[in-house]
Design a protein around this ligand. Structure first.
Ligand SMILES: Nc1ncnc2c1ncn2[C@@H]1O[C@H](COP(=O)(O)OP(=O)(O)OP(=O)(O)O)[C@@H](O)[C@H]1O
Length: 226
């Protein structure tokens, strides 16, 4: 699903945020990405989303070198990736329903079909009963669930999350990670950047560890546990 081949990223021509990255993520895998602040986790995710382009090497997603996508193909490409941010980035003056519907609205999905898909996504994150609420009326854990519903409403093959539990207490963080596991179980490839080492260790998935822009460990569940 994802292949990094000797990938490097420089910002402003001098600073190397990522260097010599080589790894593969198989379709259907769930992977954590960890490392200190500034290690390059967000940069790596931004390369996959093609919000940034590599200074070196190739980023392959679903068999395509995404650097070779024509500008006109990029919006279509991005729509196939669900993205969850730490601060969920919900529109505060729109209902829960409208927030989750937004990606479908942008694509021009027919309203009845969109409503069906929005409700299915809300049901998966356990918040169908809050569809009329405004984001401000929800707890931070619930807001993050809405962010996840919006990310999956398109049924993306790939789900990326950048510190999705950054602001949540341990119990809510575990609940959110369990949701990612649910989507992974139904076939979605999931990559979650997180610095919550205790939680990551408990969940027993593969862990890619970055330090100063380099991959210093690629640990599979059995190695993490031992
Ligand atoms: N657009 C940019 N221009 C210049 N430097 C950048 C840019 N984006 C990131 N960097 C730098 O690249 C390095 C990696 O940053 P990145 O945000 O990818 O790390 P991170 O592991 O996600 O950190 P954090 O957990 O703090 O978000 C940092 O030193 C950062 O300052």
């Amino acid at each position: 699903m994802i292949a990094f081949e000797h990938v490097g990223k420089r910002y402003g021509g001098r600073f190397e945020a990522l260097a010599g990255l080589d790894f593969h993520v198989r379709r259907g895998e769930m992977v954590f990405l960890t490392g200190h602040s500034g290690a390059g986790k967000s940069s790596l995710l931004r390369l996959i989303m093609r919000l940034e382009r590599p200074s070196r090497g190739r980023v392959m997603v679903a068999g395509h070198d995404i650097d070779r996508l024509h500008d006109s193909q990029v919006p279509f490409y991005r729509r196939q990736i669900g993205v969850v941010f730490q601060d969920h980035q919900l529109l505060l003056d729109r209902s829960v329903f409208a927030n989750v519907a937004l990606p479908l609205e942008i694509q021009g999905v027919e309203p009845r079909e969109a409503a069906r898909r929005v409700r299915a996504a809300l049901e998966k994150v356990g918040l169908l009963h809050r569809e009329k609420a405004l984001p401000i009326e929800l707890s931070s854990g619930e807001q993050q669930r809405i962010g996840i519903a919006r990310a999956v409403v398109n049924k993306p093959a790939l789900l990326l999350a950048d510190e999705p539990t950054g602001n949540l207490d341990p119990q809510l963080s575990a609940d959110i990670m369990r949701l990612f596991e649910d989507f992974n179980r139904i076939g979605t490839t999931v990559m979650v950047a997180s610095h919550d080492l205790a939680l990551i260790a408990r969940l027993r998935h593969r862990v890619l560890r970055l330090r100063d822009g380099r991959l210093i460990a690629d640990e599979h569940a059995h190695e993490v546990a031992s």
